[in-house]
Write a protein that binds this ligand. Structure first.
Ligand code: FMN
Length: 208
């Protein structure tokens, strides 16, 4: 399966076979490539909380307003972003030449330290990019997925023990679909959403 096929066939699936399990080896195959996802200054804000325990999935299902795909998925992954990821600058730039380490540290500190809004934007942005990568990888491995933000944030944080210095980006359900979704509806056309050179520029025509 290539990227184009994965993008086109991925759908948000609401019905999973609860008897399907995902073992640690499959988890590694799923998550490892996701760690290549880019992040600003290589800060890698994301953390992945991987839930397979049935009782915990039940609790998450309740926290997600009883959306049953959370209960029935083989894996429920919560992607969170570290708000103060800039404190890891020295670690992630350690292998670089000294002058690069110094300039990166300076740039990262001046950009993020003291700017809670930007820290949050970046943590969510990185988490969202990783979430999409995870869904594409799951698709390639033959699974279906459903991304979710329909949940009580405080309750999900309580169930999974998420510390206050991490923001939740998305819950992603991964499993084997038992029912296929209705045909795609309501998607905007290419020439409505893509403009050339300027926000008010010419639309990118759907056909040559
Ligand atoms: C940020 C985000 C939050 C979403 N939250 C939910 C949700 O709480 N429950 C759900 O069933 N689907 C959720 N979805 C899935 C969307 O409803 C779905 O992506 C959209 O309707 C398009 O359908 P498709 O993914 O099958 O192409 C969410 C998707 C995104 C990206």
């Amino acid at each position: 399966m290539n990227v184009d096929q994965a993008l086109e066939t991925r759908r948000s699936i609401k019905h999973f076979d609860p008897s399907v399990t995902i073992d640690d080896d499959m988890l590694r195959q799923l998550i490892r490539p996701v760690l290549y996802t880019p992040t600003s200054f290589n800060l890698q804000h994301w953390r992945f909380v991987l839930v397979r325990d049935q009782a915990r999935k039940y609790e998450l299902c309740k926290a997600a307003y009883n959306q049953t795909q959370v209960r029935d998925a083989s894996l429920v992954a919560l992607i969170v972003g570290k708000l103060d990821a800039h404190v890891d600058a020295a670690r992630v730039w350690k292998g670089a030449p000294d002058r690069v380490q110094t300039s990166m540290q300076r740039a990262i500190d001046s950009l993020y330290a003291g700017d809670a809004g930007l820290q949050r934007d970046e943590a969510v942005r990185s988490g969202a990019m990783a979430s999409m990568a995870l869904m594409l990888r799951a698709t390639e491995l033959g699974f279906s997925t459903c991304p979710l933000i329909g949940f009580d944030d405080a309750e999900v944080r309580r169930v999974l023990g998420i510390p206050a210095d991490y923001v939740t980006a998305l819950l992603i359900c991964v499993g084997r679909a038992t029912a296929h979704p209705h045909a795609r509806i309501g998607r905007f056309a290419l020439d409505e959403v893509a403009r050339l050179e300027h926000f008010d520029g010419l639309p990118l025509a759907d056909q040559p």
